[in-house]
Design a protein around this ligand. Structure first.
Ligand code: G3P
Length: 218
């Protein structure tokens, strides 16, 4: 499973990159607004830090403007994945950008039918939002399972399932069991993956016992 981090904060991205776990970055207009920085500046900085795909989202909803924005963003760096919404206009832009060799991440996916359309439009990634479905009492992980099963039926679908809107480590583990290709999560959730109370108590006991030996390795 590839690990992407869902943030526009440069320090967080550098920290994750240093861990050696980072395969890519996703951003969205809300994360850019939260950063308080210029969109292009942030994206170019991220693309310098990370070799893998960096998702940068269009801002318009009408086809003509979205197309122009997508073509513009695609020029910014080799590892850009243009992010478009799952709308008719978005999928039209997706098809065009994919055909010219640009990576496209289709976002705001909430149903299997939408995911089928994205694959047919040649999307590099489909981003189903697990947490936002759970938030309205629908089964976010059930959607991931459905999409993985459907895509597996069609070898000519090359779209990767990018699990988004992740709220907790269980979302990641369950999606990995289903064979989802990629997950994107906020740094806080990725850090939670390391944690286990038995690791912490076990380590504390080892440190105490080692001190009793009076030895030093270095
Ligand atoms: O970037 C898309 C997605 O990961 C958003 O997550 O937490 O705003 O639902 P969230």
């Amino acid at each position: 499973m590839k690990f992407f981090v869902d943030t526009a904060e440069i320090d967080e991205i550098k920290d994750m990159a240093d861990s050696g776990l980072l395969d890519g970055v996703t951003t969205n207009p809300s994360l850019i607004a939260k950063s308080g920085r210029n969109f292009k500046d942030v994206i170019l900085e991220i693309c310098d830090i990370v070799d893998g795909p960096v998702s940068a989202e269009v801002a318009s909803t009408d086809y003509e403007t979205m197309r122009k924005e997508g073509l513009e963003i695609a020029k910014w760096a080799e590892n850009i994945a243009v992010k478009v919404p799952l709308t008719e206009a978005g999928l039209k832009v997706c098809k065009e950008l994919s055909d010219q060799g640009t990576m496209v991440n289709v976002t705001l996916c909430f149903s299997a039918s939408q995911a089928i359309l994205a694959a047919k439009a040649g999307a590099t990634f489909i981003s189903p939002f697990v947490g936002r479905l759970d938030d309205i009492s629908q089964d976010g992980l059930g959607l991931i399972s459905d999409i993985c099963r459907i895509y597996d039926n069609y070898p000519d679908f090359h779209t990767e399932v990018l699990v988004a809107s992740i709220r907790n480590p269980l979302h990641i583990v369950e999606a990995a069991k289903m064979g989802a290709h990629v997950m994107t999560a906020p740094p806080k959730v990725i850090k939670q993956l390391y944690k286990h109370p038995l690791t912490e108590s076990g380590l504390a006991a080892f440190v105490d016992d080692w001190a009793k030996t009076g030895q030093s390795i270095l």
